[in-house]
Write a protein that binds this ligand. Structure first.
Ligand SMILES: [Zn+2]
Length: 147
């Protein structure tokens, strides 16, 4: 049977990290943090379509931390336009994803040492900091909690 390109988009397609950077305008470490969190949420919660995940982001409401929001939108496809992402101000950073079809939830809380590590590398080079975030094992970036 011929593939329905629209169905393909709904079920399989997500932006690459470089496409996410094109959407956002730059490839910074916080964009990559959000992007990787979204990829992890999709891996664990296995949404069938773009409507199945919702995300609550707790974060300081200032850049560069909020750059993570665009990464999440690109990879988990929880978007402002679909109203399946919301943001709450907080002094820590945590992304809670829910598969609204089955109620399964994944909480990714950024490890407290990560912001300092990112800042330190960013002072040398933003590109280097982004690369560093890209290659860290996910379990070194986030404390994970499934429920
Ligand atoms: Zn940014």
């Amino acid at each position: 049977m011929p593939r329905d390109p629209l169905l393909e988009i709904r079920t399989h397609r997500r932006l690459t990290l470089d496409e996410a950077a094109a959407l956002h305008g730059h490839k910074g470490p916080w964009l990559v943090i959000g992007y990787r969190a979204g990829v992890r949420a999709v891996e664990v919660l296995k949404p069938d379509t773009e409507m199945d995940l919702s995300c609550t982001v707790k974060s300081p409401l200032k850049t560069p931390y909020t750059c993570a929001l665009d990464g999440i939108q690109a990879s988990a496809r929880c978007t402002l336009g679909k109203l399946n992402i919301k943001v709450e101000e907080s002094n820590f950073i945590e992304f809670s994803f829910t598969n609204v079809k089955n109620g399964k939830m994944l909480k990714l809380r950024l490890k407290p040492e990560i912001p300092d590590a990112i800042e330190k590398i960013s002072k040398r080079s933003i590109a280097e900091a982004s690369k560093w975030v890209e290659v860290q094992p996910i379990c070194d970036l986030f404390e994970e909690e499934m429920s």
